[in-house]
Ligand binder design. Sequence first.
Ligand code: BGC
Length: 763
Amino acid sequence: MVTWTLTEKKLNANQLWKNESLYSLGNGYIGVRGNFEEGYEHDMPSVRGTYMNAFHDVVDIPYGEKLYGFPTTQQTLLPIIDCQTVQIYLGDEMERFSLFTGEIMHYERTLHLDRGCITRKVHWKSPLGKEIIVSFHRLVSMITKECFVIHVELEPVNFLGNVKIFSSASISRQGASTVDTSDPRVSAHVSKLHTEEIVHQDDMHLIIAKTTQSNLKTACAVRHEINTVYYKEITTLEDELISTFQFTLSKPVTVTKKCIYTDTLRHGDTFVDTAIQLQHDIMEFNIEALQQQQHIYFDHFWSMADIKIKGDSKLQQGIRFNIYHLLQSIGRDPYSHIAAKGLSGIGYEGHYFWDTEIYMFPFFLMTHPQMAESIIRYRYHTLEQAKERAKEMGHGQGALYPWRTISGTECSSFFPAGTAQYHISADIAYSVIQYYLASYNQSFMVQYGAEILFETARLWMDVGHYYNGKFRIDGVTGPDEYTCIVNNNYYTNVMAKYNLMWAAKVYDQLLSSHGEALKTLCEKLHVEEKEVQQWRDVADNMYLPYNEQLGINPQDDTFLNKAIWDFESTSKEKYPLLLHYHPLTLYRYQVCKQADTVLAHFLVEDESDTETMKRTFDYYETITTHDSSLSYSIFSIMAAKLREPDKAYDYFMETARLDIDDLHHNTKDGLHLANMGGTWMSIVYGFAGLRLKESGISLAPLLPRKWQGFEFYFQYKDRKIQIEVTKTEMVLTLMEGDALPILVYDEQYVLQCHNPTTINTQT
Ligand code: BGC
């Protein structure tokens, strides 16, 4: 059971905000940090927050020197109305229930990964000796995305008497008790919601609030259900609504606080009516019923998403925890995506990066492909803005996706490691291609995918140029943010090549299968056969840097000419380097923040031979700091590919519990969602060696010595497949769908439904 839960049994005031991220709940639409309902004592380190995916304000970006094309405004995720506060006062003395006064006789908080909820039970003795057991049960519904519920149960132990409960819906109680302004990874902007109206309707109370500049509005409708006779009062402050309940505690009493959130982005002008309607709709469901719905949803989710590791329960817990948070973070409408921190905190201001496509998308694609579709739809929805941005950046054609954004426009003010990361356009194209390879859903391609592929392909045609017969791309930044604005970044070039090649292939394939629809699309975009031929030519002639002497792919044209960073004299405290050195210092050395060429070798492995990949891996390994959490998983995958199980395992171990064990010391700002996707990839693409190509699916399992075995599931072209790897064999079971040819260690097998295929594994 321990592997399906995360439990804390002791309180540590210094760990509060880290745990608020770990114990956050979400459903891709709303996210609630794990703040205590009863609050904390003054000045305790905490970030109180409830967020709604994509619900943002617009703020000005101040510059000392603003040059052409720098974004002037940016979006920032805004905490919405917070309903977490439920304060309990006991007796005529009005002793406030708090974990930081009196005595805790028992404390236990558990995140239930299999049920999608949090329970917290406290046996508390007040300073004056009143004993009571308080149990909290909270969930953010996966069925009604607008719904967040807190259920509180009070059980008398030695205390019987008057109880007063203050339950609020508040704009003002949000935010951090302290903010580290020196860390660029934390939110840089502060904005606030403003109350527009407070409405009371029978026993339902509504706050309607709006942003300062983005003109978005949100409503929160709150209702309480209490199973005893009580007296109620409502206090309306400027930006807070407090419901006060008084009752006599003589037997267990339950208070269920049901909160419904809506917004104009998702619910349009009827957002208030929708909130009221939904509040009515959930009236008939008590906490048990809501929990039951949630349980059914999670059973279905885990039936494809789970990975079982035999022989390591801590690791097993870490993997499930990461997968769980991936689900909690994914937006499922055209306005929202997956933020770098999910909905667990305000780090990186709720922005969406390439993290989603390269690190998180594969998990959804292979386990719950409908969710992967919504990731693509979001990028489709913001395609016009990407085309506008390309124009603004001086390109005659194509789509340049923003490095970081919420609503689709560039939010990065530091262009060397922001806008210059043009690879994001190829990364998005890559996810579309992966989707195509896994689903072969041509209708979806003609409707959404092809347009993204064509417009991103066009970007490369405009950014690059021919020189000495080869197509080159100058003045861009690859994934490694310690090396900026370079010519011919290997990663960018190889990904652009893939983008161009597949734009042409998809064109050809749709021409024969969906000719009419393709014709309409091409007319709209003015794509002609001649242009498609140019994409093919450029893909064939893309320059991919190779150093003869070292036998490796250099990161870019000049990378290997630079001095190597003096790692020996760099003390441990100087990491991450970005917090201690000016970017220019870092740019002058061979030092990598994260996987760059090594990542390219994983994503587009057929462009290099294994020997080159091995030498390249060895080279970059010595100069990579992994200061970004996006790095370890890629080194793990490549080590597995290069058949180095111990190394693959060691890198993998840095990913699986990165947040639970706070390895980067900043989990308080939110969880590292890309790393969480990286954990899944390290197992499936790393240890199982799964690859998704035009030729089909292939596997090359490699079991870490410390494991007894592992097991996972994936979907591929309407089939469901289960894979079990043990020390000696691998069993592949086609659970659903037509017979499937599959390559294992380069040998062809054909899986038949419900007829397991057993293969001896190599070590
Ligand atoms: C990494 C980027 C990443 C961003 C958001 C940075 O530290 O270098 O690659 O996109 O974090 O996770």
